[in-house]
Design a protein around this ligand. Structure first.
Ligand SMILES: [Zn+2]
Length: 255
């Protein structure tokens, strides 16, 4: 299994890194992709990736919640890093209108800018959408010219939106929310094509049941895969195989 979206470089995890990796490997999680948040998380992100280069893989970008007055400086810093070292994606990027709409225009502009970078550098994207899926899908549709790849992370949209993402040739990241018993999401999960979704934890957030509300970690990924298998009426093995193949195709295509 591949955890395609986790923030394991945050302070929540600084005391038990070795156990975290061990527990994840034990349940079959082989790789973890780490999207950046903003300038303040870069150092911790790089340190963790250097700590275990065959388990952790960094992405670079500016999270929409940190697109504020100084967003041009944030973007410039991320751009410079992307030009100077190896990353496995541009992320996390997107639009978040849940907490604060003050910088809606700037968020949209920064999202477009970072999507263009991803196309130019032939990197996949990890897209965050909160109260904003209609905007992120519409912008991705506008900028899709055959070169845009990546994942709508923490997907919890409708069948119609899932269809539009599949038409874009992009994937949906499925995490702990699928275990929260929201029946609409379970129905949508059964509708998504077998090659159109990947697994993710978004750790430390969105712990799958029975860890809802507590610190999430990559070793909980099988709980998510299990629930997906149940929704799709498939075996756990098939879900693991399909999602791993898709994640490899999106993030590790040159290996
Ligand atoms: Zn995230």
């Amino acid at each position: 299994m591949i955890d395609t979206h986790a923030h394991l470089y945050l302070k929540d995890f600084e005391d038990d890194q070795d156990q975290l990796i061990e527990k994840a490997l034990e349940v079959g999680v082989k790789k973890v992709l780490l999207p950046n948040i903003n300038r303040s998380t870069v150092e911790a992100l790089h340190n963790l990736c250097d700590y275990n280069t065959s388990f952790y893989f960094p992405m670079m970008g500016v999270h929409p919640c940190y697109i504020k007055e100084d967003y041009l400086e944030e973007l410039a810093a991320a751009r410079k890093l992307l030009e100077n070292q190896k990353y496995y994606g541009v992320g996390e990027i997107g639009i978040d209108l849940y907490w604060d709409k003050t910088f809606e225009d700037e968020q949209k502009e920064a999202f477009r800018t970072q999507l263009e970078w991803a196309k130019e550098m032939q990197l996949p994207v990890s897209i965050h959408s909160r109260n904003a899926l209609k905007h992120t899908i519409a912008i991705a549709e506008e900028l899709q010219d055959g070169n845009l790849t990546g994942v709508f992370h923490c997907f919890n949209g409708s069948k119609k939106q899932a269809k539009r993402i599949m038409n874009l040739g992009m994937k949906m990241g499925i995490g702990g929310v699928i275990t929260y018993g929201i029946s609409g999401m379970e129905v949508v999960m059964s509708f998504i094509e077998s090659g159109a979704y990947v697994l993710e934890t978004d750790a430390p957030y969105l712990g799958p049941q029975p860890h809802k509300g507590k610190r999430n970690e990559s070793s909980y990924l099988p709980l998510i895969a299990n629930k997906i298998a149940e929704c799709r009426n498939e075996t756990l093995e098939k879900v693991i195989e399909d999602s791993s193949k898709t994640a490899t195709l999106v993030f590790f295509k040159e290996q």
